[in-house]
Design a protein around this ligand. Structure first.
Ligand SMILES: Nc1ncnc2c1ncn2[C@@H]1O[C@H](COP(=O)(O)OP(=O)(O)OP(=O)(O)O)[C@@H](O)[C@H]1O
Ligand SMILES: [Mg+2]
Length: 282
C-alpha cells in the first residue's frame, strides 16, 4: 500500500454512508423514520461529538455503528470493513451501566481484557490497575458493583471498555448521571486517554459545554428523523490540547451559544410535531 492510500484509509476510518433507519417498516403509515440519509466520515484518532434534541435518533445511530442494530438502508464501514455485528474492535459505553455484579471492580476491568492475546496474568493485572487508576477508582478494586455509586459504575464501565483496547470508542451519554465535578474529572481523563492512545471516539451528549470541551468536530442533528444540520469544527477555534480553563474563554462561549441556538430551534420543531400528532389523534 502506498503512503497516500494509507492516509486516505485513516481519513475514512469510520464511514457512515447514506444510512436511514425506520422502525416498524419503511412506510409512513405503519412505521416511523428515525434516521434520514445520514452520511459522514470520521478520521482515525478523531473525537466527534453528536448533539441534538431528545429522541432524534442519536442512540439509534450509535447502535448501528456499534453493530447492535442494522440500518434499513445504507452502510457503515470501520477500517475498510463493513460493520455487521458487535465485536471487540468497537468499545461501547452507554449510559445504562453494564458491569457484572458478581465480579469486583478489578475483575470487571480484567473482564475487558479477556480477548487480548499474548498477555500474562501479571500483565493483565497491571493493565487493569492502570485503568482503575485512570478513572479514579483506586482503593475500590475489591468492591462489588452493588457497593459502589452510580458515578463509580460509569467510571468502571469506561475502564473496562478501555482495557479491551478497541479501535473505536462509542460513548452514548456516558457521563450523564454524574455530578458536575465527577463529570469534569472524566472529561479531562478522556482527553488525556485520547491524546495518549490516539483512540477514535464518537461521543453523544446533551451537555453542550461537554460537547465543545471534548470535540474536534461537533455534529448537530435535526429533530427526528435525524439528519445532520450542521458540522462545527471546534478544533479550528479551540486549541488541540485543552484544560478546563478553556471553558472560560470567549471562543468557547461563542461556540457553545451558537450550538445551543441551533439545538433550541430543533427542539421547538420536535414540540410542534408532537402537538400536531396529538391534535390529529383527538
Ligand atoms: N427498538 C425500537 N423500536 C421502535 N422505536 C424505537 C426503537 N428504538 C428507538 N426507537 C424510537 O426512535 C426514536 C429515536 O430514539 P433514540 O433513542 O435514537 O433517540 P436519541 O436521540 O438517542 O434520544 P435521547 O437524546 O433522548 O437519548 C425515538 O422516537 C424512539 O422512541
Ligand atoms: Mg439516546
Amino acid at each position: 500500500m502506498t503512503q497516500h492510500e494509507a492516509s486516505t484509509d485513516d481519513a475514512n476510518f469510520l464511514r457512515i454512508d447514506h444510512v436511514s433507519k425506520w422502525f416498524g417498516g419503511a412506510d409512513r403509515h405503519a412505521g416511523m423514520q428515525v434516521i434520514d440519509d445520514v452520511s459522514m466520515t470520521i478520521e482515525k484518532g478523531e473525537l466527534a461529538v453528536f448533539v441534538g434534541p431528545s429522541g432524534c435518533g442519536k442512540t439509534t445511530l450509535m447502535r448501528i455503528v456499534g453493530g447492535l442494530d442494522q440500518p434499513t438502508s445504507g452502510t457503515v464501514m470501520l477500517g475498510g470493513e463493513a460493520v455487521k455485528g458487535p465485536d471487540r474492535r468497537k468499545g461501547v459505553v452507554f449510559q445504562s451501566y453494564s458491569s457484572f455484579p458478581w465480579l469486583n471492580v478489578l475483575d470487571n476491568v480484567k473482564f475487558g481484557l479477556r480477548f487480548r492475546d499474548g498477555l500474562s496474568a501479571r500483565e493483565k493485572d497491571e493493565i487493569a490497575r492502570h485503568y482503575v487508576d485512570l478513572v479514579g477508582l483506586v482503593g475500590f478494586e475489591s468492591f462489588y458493583v452493588n457497593k459502589i455509586s452510580g458515578g463509580m459504575r460509569q467510571r468502571l464501565a469506561l475502564a473496562r471498555t478501555l482495557a479491551a483496547d478497541p479501535d473505536i470508542l462509542l460513548m452514548d451519554e456516558p457521563f450523564g448521571a454524574l455530578d458536575a465535578q465527577n463529570r469534569e474529572f472524566l472529561q479531562v481523563q478522556l482527553l488525556d486517554i485520547r491524546e495518549r492512545e490516539r483512540k477514535t471516539i464518537v461521543f453523544v451528549t446533551h451537555d453542550v459545554d461537554e460537547a465543545v470541551f471534548l470535540a474536534e468536530r461537533v455534529f448537530i442533528f435535526s429533530a427526528r428523523p435525524a439528519t445532520i444540520i450542521e458540522e462545527i469544527r471546534v478544533s479550528e477555534t479551540l486549541p488541540a490540547k485543552r484544560d478546563l480553563k478553556v471553558k472560560d474563554s470567549e471562543q468557547f462561549l461563542h461556540l457553545r451559544n451558537r450550538i445551543q441556538a441551533v439545538i433550541r430551534t430543533q427542539a421547538r420543531r420536535t414540540e410542534e410535531e408532537m402537538l400536531r400528532v396529538a391534535a390529529r389523534r383527538r
